[in-house]
Design a protein around this ligand. Structure first.
Ligand code: BGC
Length: 746
């Protein structure tokens, strides 16, 4: 929550019988409760399908028990929503009572965007994966799976059985402060990455979650902004990303978002929740509100919200009263409760009760490093300054970005606490503070020194430009570490690097022609100095072992293979919206009704519809700074021999490694709709990762995903696959497709 936005919250409710349940469960032992299975508990038979088990147990439940599943009981470490910190509530973001007498466990919920949250406050350890956006740059479903697996295991080890990870909103607005929590601008890429991540996370017996449904594409005014967009535009962009992610992950939960969508709040929006998610897509899990994102009782319940979080302002006593007065039918309550139960059986948390254990730190470190190594994107390398050759490079000037002590991480509810505290805070004051950037104690300087023991490495903080340039001037190589911090609750004002870093880079580059910039950013940034530096490496927020992964790439022990999951435009002028519109501000002492009256008029008009990122740039004929899907390697590749099998909907082509090193190429396939369509951009339709030794060739087959070839017809409220010849384009980036063929759809 961003308190400045004046979200109205009723903080009074604390579940009346939560304490009783905790005491009772404590006495019985959670494990024995959930594991208990006998003939009079047929729903405990793990061989039955989750839906059948949910139906069986629902029949045994009282109204009060059903209602208890439909709301939270507070949030730990929250000044706004209190929750008792006990063995059961576990210091997490939320807690939902189970039904102990029937063996249904409580939901013990934690945020886990790129690792388990609040480990510092709870005296535990969590691995920080690279940011989700960074992981998306690997274009690798297996890496996404590893990402989710580790987080799932660490959630379980810490005593949680539900995650709040799984952000898949599109990077429609790259200034969105949560861009780092999402997976880029393309629905197929984002949906595939987040879907695989959450599928594997849920496989660890935690209830999975995909969020924030939907059009939560900016943080500015997020609690009231009305995202206005055509149905077609939404269906072919953000909704498609969610649909793909949900169909892969089959998550137990989907979190509805704070914002409004075409007038109605995300958590009481009958179109997005009831019609699309539940009816069209057949989602059987439960819709959980974002924290404080519930605004009504009857309306939200009828629209398809199943569970209010983190309190019970609308789905507690008010929902009970509405049922008793006949304003909410009991069938609706049954549907909500059945969905929560379904998610519990589906994810295995009933059959596998929480059992805390010690987090496997080494395993987390290794996974985080592997994923970051696949995610780093080499944007520029001319003349070939990288990889660093220690026989020629005897001295390196490392400048800026606190590279002597650590690397940056993304903020907000996704924030993972670094072991030992924030690397840039004075000793003893390293706790995570909302709104303050956190550097992990992962010094790239030290990691490089370990790789290059015979190279002189010196550091300058970069705060004094002349001093930085002076250090750079005498070194064989200068590396500037540049950062853009992002956090939930705020958007960045523009795409420029903050803190005078553009000037720093210009000065260093003027002093040393062999200057490399390493970027630690949560989104795209503009680069007025792009032509003046020799190398640019995008490391994103690099996670618990990011320094080691980066050092391996810089010295060439690992070939950079990542490709951009979002376009880097030249400037804000090339975005669909030059600036994010100013929202009304809630000021202390202001009348709430007066504020509400202003807030209700705050809108963003997404006139670009499905033209998000590279699609917009292409349709508007704007050249990006670096295109979606772009990324260099230390080797080179050539594409040949495209053939398209229209009936099988596959394309085949050959990729050859034409350089002197082995590497992995991400080969991308795009399609253009047939003539007669009004579309002036191409769509990503598939890709594959090809690992090749120097000189090696491989012929690969890539299936084309029909879902991204279709168009949404608003009148018939459904999808069409237009007959005709689709142009198929294949290559190594969205702006570099050397092969062209035709797909004939009849
Ligand atoms: C965020 C969610 C998060 C929740 C609980 C909200 O402010 O938008 O992503 O899961 O808080 O921390």
């Amino acid at each position: 929550m961003n308190p400045l936005e004046g979200q109205v919250q009723n903080r009074r409710f604390v579940s009346s019988h939560l304490f009783f349940v905790i005491a009772a469960l404590g006495a019985m032992g959670a494990t024995s409760v959930a594991a208990a299975q006998s003939a009079d508990r047929p729903w405990m038979n793990a061989n039955l399908p989750p839906a059948a088990r949910a139906d069986l147990v629902l029949k045994q439940m009282t109204l009060e028990e059903k209602l208890a599943l439909l709301h939270g009981n507070g949030m730990a470490h929250s000044p706004q929503w209190t929750m008792p910190l006990t063995e059961l509530t576990n210091g997490g973001a939320g807690y939902v009572e189970g039904v102990p007498r029937l063996g249904i466990p409580p939901l013990v919920i934690s945020d886990a965007g790129y690792g388990v949250r609040d480990s510092g406050a709870n005296g535990r350890y969590s691995t920080a994966m690279p940011s989700s956006l960074g992981a998306a740059a690997s274009w690798d479903p297996d890496s996404a799976c590893e990402f989710g697996t580790v987080i799932g295991q660490e959630l379980r080890a810490q005593g949680f059985n539900m995650t709040l990870g799984g952000g898949v909103d599109l990077a429609r607005e790259p200034r969105n402060g949560r861009t780092f929590e999402y997976a880029g601008e393309d629905p197929l890429l984002a949906g595939t990455v987040v879907g695989n991540l959450m599928k594997c996370e849920q496989a660890q017996h935690v209830v999975g979650d995909i969020k924030h449904y939907v059009m939560n594409d900016q943080e500015t005014g997020r609690n009231f902004v009305n995202a206005v967009i055509s149905k077609r535009g939404m269906q072919e962009s953000d909704l498609l990303a969610f649909h793909i992610a949900i169909s892969i992950a089959n998550p137990g939960a989907v979190m509805c978002s704070y914002n409004r969508i075409n007038g109605n709040f995300g958590c009481e929006n009958a179109y997005t929740l009831r019609d699309v998610l539940k009816k069209d897509w057949g989602f059987r899990g439960f819709v959980i509100s974002d924290w404080g994102g519930t605004h009504s009782t009857e309306k939200a319940s009828a629209a398809g919200l199943d569970q209010e979080q983190p309190m019970a302002d609308f789905f507690g006593p008010k929902l009970q009263a509405a049922v008793e007065a006949g304003r909410v039918p009991i069938s609706e309550i049954d549907d909500h409760a059945r969905r929560v139960l379904y998610a519990e059986f589906l994810s295995g948390i009933v059959d596998h009760p929480i059992q805390k254990s010690v987090v496997d730190v080494a395993k987390g470190f290794e996974a985080a490093q592997r994923i970051e190594e696949k995610s780093i994107v080499l944007l520029k390398n001319s003349p070939a300054v990288l990889p660093i050759d220690p026989s020629r490079v005897r001295s390196i000037a490392i400048i800026g970005g606190h590279a002597d002590v650590g690397m940056l991480s993304g903020g907000g509810s996704a924030q993972v606490d670094p072991p030992g505290g924030n690397a840039i805070m004075p000793a003893g004051k390293g706790e995570t503070v909302w709104g303050q950037p956190v550097w992990f104690p992962t010094s790239p300087l030290k990691a490089l020194q370990a790789k290059l023991p015979n190279t002189r490495i010196a550091f300058d903080s970069g705060t004094d430009l002349a001093s930085a340039a002076n250090l750079a001037k005498d070194a064989d190589l200068a590396i500037v570490f540049a950062y853009q911090w992002m956090s939930e609750g705020m958007d960045v004002p523009n795409l420029s690097l903050p803190d005078n870093q553009d000037a720093l880079i210009e000065q260093v580059a003027a002093a040393n022609p062999h200057t490399i910039v390493v970027l630690e950013t949560g989104s795209a940034v503009s680069m007025p100095w792009v032509d003046k530096v020799a190398g640019i490496v995008e490391a994103w927020y690099a996670g618990s072992s990011g320094h080691k992964a980066l050092a391996n790439v810089l010295v060439g022990d690992v070939d950079p293979a990542g490709k951009l999951p979002l376009s880097f435009p030249k400037s804000e002028a090339d975005l669909p919206h030059r600036a994010i519109p100013e929202p009304p501000q809630f000021k202390a002492g202001m009348d709430r009704e007066a504020f509400r009256a202003q807030a209700v008029n705050y809108e963003v008009h997404y006139g670009e519809g499905a033209e998000v990122g590279y699609k917009w740039l292409e349709a508007e004929q704007k050249q990006p700074l670096f295109a979606f899907g772009f990324g260099l390697s230390y080797t080179t590749y050539a594409y040949s021999g495209l053939s398209v099998d229209s009936a099988a909907r596959t394309v085949q082509f050959t990729v050859k490694n034409t350089g002197k090193r082995s590497g992995t190429e991400i080969a991308e396939v795009y399609a253009r709709l047939p003539k007669g369509s009004d579309e002036t951009f191409k769509r990503l339709a598939g890709w594959t990762r090809v690992s090749l030794a120097a000189g090696e060739s491989k012929t690969v087959t890539v299936p084309l995903d029909d879902r991204v070839l279709k168009t949404f017809d608003e009148e018939k409220d459904g999808w069409d696959l237009a007959p005709g010849n689709y142009q198929v384009l294949v290559g190594g980036a969205s702006d570099d497709t050397s092969l062209s063929g035709s797909l004939d759809v009849r």
